[in-house]
Design a protein around this ligand. Structure first.
Ligand code: 48H
Length: 257
């Protein structure tokens, strides 16, 4: 075993993947349930899709279930997606299914990668590219450790026909747009409206309805969609996140036509 061959294998293979991800059809920010669901449905249709995830681990808020009880709940429509992915869930009572957060996070990731999507972890999106036509046309990326160590290191840029904001509660890409472009979002105020208090039933419907093109070239999904459009939160029910990601993927495919 030669350590240098091991090092060359990693470096060459990684660099090839990174170079290939510099021109994308869809770039997704955030590998939580909504971002991975969107990537899974896009990759299944052979759309060139990459997720950039800030953390070392993928899965966003799935792992912790509800208050660190590592179980999640889905409703009937969400259960259909779990079935499609081969994730087990048992009925608790009519319309409520319980699944292992560990199985959901790991299997969703596995299926997303097997479908053909690429995931880069430890990448933080720190800005967007907006040029003459006022449309988002790319993302500005840096290593997460560079940002957490507050190092003065310039970023790199990738080009993408569409971007999906799947950053969860912080709704970061939408905030980047309003920071640079003012009240430019397709929300009532033109800004991020902010998440409203817990109301699971309404929140689960809205998170699917709110998966929309919120700015030219930018689709928002998952918790970020409810934050953008001022809808409630829902607690540890995750069916809406998977359905919202699926809707974002469908919309992206229509926009790419
Ligand atoms: C790179 C970034 C950046 C960035 C953030 O939080 P998530 O799990 O988001 P969703 O919308 O897929 O799922 C929401 C769900 O987990 C949840 O929080 C629920 C249901 N809450 C209900 C309630 O009432 O509280 O994943 C977002 C991912 C995370 O992994 C972040 O690290 C990542 O996005 N991320 N990655 N660059 N700028 N910002």
């Amino acid at each position: 075993m030669d350590e240098v061959i091991i090092s060359r294998a990693i470096t060459e293979s990684y660099t090839r993947d990174l170079l290939d991800s510099m021109e994308l059809q869809v770039a997704i920010v955030g590998a939580g349930p909504a971002g991975m669901s969107a990537a899974y449905y896009l990759a299944k249709e052979k759309i060139k899709t990459t997720i950039f995830e800030r953390k070392l681990s993928i899965g966003g808020g799935i792992w912790g279930g509800g208050m660190m009880f590592n179980k999640i709940v889905v409703q009937d429509e969400g259960k259909e997606i779990l079935d499609e992915l081969g994730i087990g869930a048992s009925q608790y009572q009519q319309g409520y299914y319980v699944a292992s957060a560990i199985e959901v996070a790991s299997t969703l990731c596995s299926q997303t990668v097997k479908a053909g999507a690429r995931i880069f972890n430890l990448f933080s999106v720190e800005d967007v590219v907006i040029r003459e036509n006022n449309k988002i046309s790319g993302l500005v990326l840096n290593w997460s450790p560079v940002l957490s160590a507050n190092l003065h290191v310039d970023p790199l840029t990738i080009r993408s026909k569409l971007v999906i904001d799947a950053t969860g509660h912080s709704c970061e890409i939408c905030h980047m747009v309003t920071d640079k472009m003012g009240e430019a979002l397709r929300t009532a105020s033109g800004k991020v409206m902010g998440e409203k208090p817990m109301w699971a039933e309404v929140a689960e419907k809205r998170v699917v309805e709110n998966a929309k093109e919120v700015y030219p070239g930018l689709i928002v999904t998952g918790m970020a969609a409810n934050a953008a459009f001022g809808s409630p939160r829902m607690g540890p029910i995750f069916g809406g996140m998977l359905l919202s990601g699926k809707k974002a993927a469908q919309l992206a495919m229509e926009l790419l036509k």
